[in-house]
Design a protein around this ligand. Structure first.
Ligand code: NAP
Ligand code: MG
Length: 504
């Protein structure tokens, strides 16, 4: 199975449950044995499109490779859907909507959604391994976060399907019809659940396209739809590149489109749909500020900052990629952060001890490298974990930039990698000014002992989510979405259902 080629910690403090190795120098005293997850991901060599409840070959006959970014090995062939395939998917969805699904009572739809959640739980380990191999995220994250959260979204929305009269009391919520959805590669299975579960709860049918680098768990979920007996055509999965995504977003049958991805592509889609009657929701990029005041519990804040930017290799739209720290504690916080990233374990995503896994693709690694080079060129101070990186695969050292100014590209652009930019502030007003001085507005974090300050900042920060004394916390009942160029519409909670219905 997997091999581990991680570094020995350069920090002299023995870490956690490591095993002493006799005869090594003090800094090498403690090291973990490799602990690869061994569950069988049950991958097929070739994945076809999922249309009308069946796996079908693409009209073009073309397939592309899905790669394991942890070791650059090919995992499977994935079908490339063209406009004819997308059209077939929409026709299957419309047929299901006009047929069994559209006429089904909410309490019966709930049973299918509930069954999907249960079947996903039954195969949780297998899905976690597949997600980690295809996308590069550490197994402990896919196992403990992505897969359970995806199941939780199906459970939560199963609970809504027979209670739609309470979505907007006094008004009747009706489905929209067929919805088209396109998602990115950072949370492949979880984004599927975010998109599909509310759509089905409301009685819609779906055509969805996963990202080209992470299609496998979507097609494994299609197996679950079959096992759950979901009527054919209720969910259709078309894989491919940007051209497939564009065909999904612009198809005339789509009553609504939901997109999660970059602001750049979101704008292209919005332009192409201008003047149509399609409903739209856009979940786009972010450049979140994590604000640390001098009265914050600093060790706790440091853990939150580390989680906020190094979780999932920083492939998180709401990542706390900008740290705003009050000047009086800045040196202390920076020293603690450096110490902390030195002992993060970077390497084989399948190893249960890995903290930071592989960057999702070669292209994304190049983007991160480019932006980090710009930070150095523009005069920020670079600090990187001295860890050894595996020889094969796409990896990037956890990185902290200090002496960053607001004009630097690393303070303004989304890096989408394990790179933190540290800025300082003196007063609350300055912190708010700097935090809001961005085109984005997806999330923010506040670390302080003062409740009044938290309440004030939660209204003054222009961000869809403001976490206080914590970061990256999610719950299916809690709506998520952006301000400004981070998009519009909400996913999760009662508010998320509004975007999948018409109210009469
Ligand atoms: P991306 O390039 O915008 O791609 C997202 C999806 O759109 C992929 O499935 C992609 O297909 C597809 N696509 C590409 N061009 C398209 C077009 N012209 N029309 C329709 N679809 C098209 O974004 P990404 O780099 O994969 O993902 C990272 C971005 O997503 C970041 O900016 C991140 O902040 C954002 N994100 C936001 C949220 C949120 O909730 N706000 C959540 C997660 C990620 P291919 O994969 O084949 O290119
Ligand atoms: Mg892949």
């Amino acid at each position: 199975m997997a091999t581990l080629t991680t570094e020995k910690s350069s920090h002299p403090t023995p870490r956690a449950s490591g095993r002493p190795v006799p005869g090594l120098i003090f800094g090498d005293l403690w090291e973990y044995d490799p602990a690869p997850e061994t569950a069988d991901p049950k991958l097929k060599a070739r994945y076809d499109l999922f249309i009308g409840g069946k796996f079908v070959a693409p009209a073009s006959g073309k397939y592309f490779d899905s790669i394991n970014p942890g070791n650059e090995k090919k995992l499977a062939d994935i079908a490339h859907a063209n406009a004819a395939d997308v059209d077939a998917a929409y026709r299957a969805a419309l047929q299901a909507y006009d047929g069994a699904w559209g006429k089904m009572a909410g309490r019966d739809r709930a049973k299918y959604i509930y069954r999907i959640a249960r079947l996903l739980q039954d195969r949780a380990r297998e899905f976690a391994v597949a997600e980690t191999m295809d996308g590069g995220k550490p197994i402990k994250e896919s196992r403990d976060f992505d897969v359970p959260m995806a199941a939780a979204h199906f459970f939560y929305h199963a609970g809504w399907a027979d209670k739609l009269d309470y979505v907007a009391p006094g008004r009747r919520a009706a489905p929209l019809g067929v919805v088209g959805q396109v998602i990115p590669w950072n949370f492949p299975l979880l984004m599927l659940a975010w998109k599909i579960a509310p759509a089905l709860a409301m009685g819609n049918c779906v055509v969805i396209k996963p990202a080209e680098t992470t299609s496998i768990t979507a097609l494994k979920l299609a197996e679950i739809f079959q096992d759950a007996g979901l009527p054919p055509g209720v969910v259709n999965i078309v894989t491919g590149f940007g051209d497939t995504g564009a065909a999904v977003m612009t198809h005339p049958i789509a009553a609504k489109v939901a997109f999660t991805g970059s602001t750049e592509v979101g704008k292209i889609i919005m332009r192409s749909l201008a003047g149509t009657e399609k409903k739209m929701t856009m979940e786009l990029g972010g450049k979140a500020a994590n604000i640390v005041f001098d009265d914050a519990p600093l060790d706790q804040a440091v853990e939150g900052i580390v989680n906020g930017i190094f979780f999932n290799q920083g492939h998180v739209c709401c990542a706390g990629s900008r740290l705003l720290v009050q000047e009086s504690v800045a040196a202390d916080v920076l020293a603690k952060l450096k110490h902390r990233i030195e002992v993060l374990r970077v390497g084989d995503p399948l190893d249960k001890n890995t903290d930071v896994g592989a960057i999702n693709s070669k292209e994304q690694l190049a983007t991160i490298q480019r932006l980090v080079a710009s930070g150095v060129k523009e005069g920020a101070t670079l600090f990187q974990s001295p860890c050894k990186l595996p020889v094969r695969g796409y990896y990037f050292r956890p990185t902290i930039f200090s002496n960053v100014s607001m004009s630097h590209r690393i303070a303004r652009e989304e890096i989408f990698g394990p790179v933190l930019s540290v800025l300082t502030f003196r007063t609350l007003e300055e912190a708010v000014e700097k935090a809001n001085n961005t085109a984005y507005g997806l999330s923010a974090g506040v670390w302080t002992d003062k409740g009044s300050r938290i309440l004030k900042l939660s209204t003054e920060l222009k961000a869809g989510v403001v976490w206080a004394n914590t970061f990256n916390k999610f719950d299916p009942a809690s709506p998520f979405g952006g301000y400004k160029e981070s998009g519009f519409g909400r996913e999760g909670g009662r508010q998320g259902l509004f975007d999948y219905c018409k109210l009469a």
